[in-house]
Design a protein around this ligand. Sequence first.
Ligand code: HEC
Length: 239
Amino acid sequence: MKKLLLTLLLAMPVAAWSAGGSDWPMEDFEGDLHNLPSLQHGFKLYTNYCLGCHGLQFQRYQRTADDLGIPHDIALKNLVFTDQKIGDLMTTAMPKEESKAWFGAAPPDLTMVTRVREPHWVYNYLKTFYVDESRPLGVNNKVFTNVGMPNVLLDLQGVQRQVCTDGVCDELVVEAGTGAMNPEEFDAAIYDLTNFLYYVSEPARLERQRTGVFVLLFLIIFGSFTYLLNREYWKDIDH
Ligand code: HEC
């Protein structure tokens, strides 16, 4: 019995990896909606590096700023780069048909991407762009083979190449000094960006968690009063 349990436990991570849809050993990702600085940083990275191509058609700047504790004037000045207003949806001006011709596929709206793909897929995807001269844009991806998206985070991460041993290419190495961030900083930035997309896929989750805490507190407090009251009632009754 013990042996069977052990085998099952050992097999679990493998099962989790294969769920990623590629052979790449996926790293875990655990979203944290209480980490406002992380979400704010992710929001900033998104508007700087992604919104030019990928809209968030159900997300408004105002709601995002409110949820993430950013004053409207600061959001407008630092995070809205078009002539859009704070109440507008975070759409993109990228023309669909043309972009299809440019990249081979139109950049999809990313509002739901962490639900369609799962957060850890997005996290690993953003970290595994690498140089591949055989591709039209000179870049490939370990999680999304032959992807049409350019490596837009190249300046931050630096030049990443795959390392192959005996024909198996299961390692990625960044050339030191080629990116604005070191590997730890880049990992943290991708965590924040993915965390932001995790929030965007269901903004109400934040509120629900807050409500959930109050409900639990209420139940605990109310429950203790009921218990005390019950004890009081039965105190003088002989069993
Ligand atoms: C220059 C345009 C462009 C920019 C900027 C860009 N992308 Fe993309 N992205 C694309 C294109 C094109 C695709 C579709 C690729 C395909 O289907 O082969 C794509 C695909 C994706 C996908 C996969 C979606 C899916 O489910 O198939 C994700 C996730 C993604 N991008 C995230 C991002 C993030 C996060 C950023 C900002 C760091 C970003 N992209 C910036 C063009 C862009």
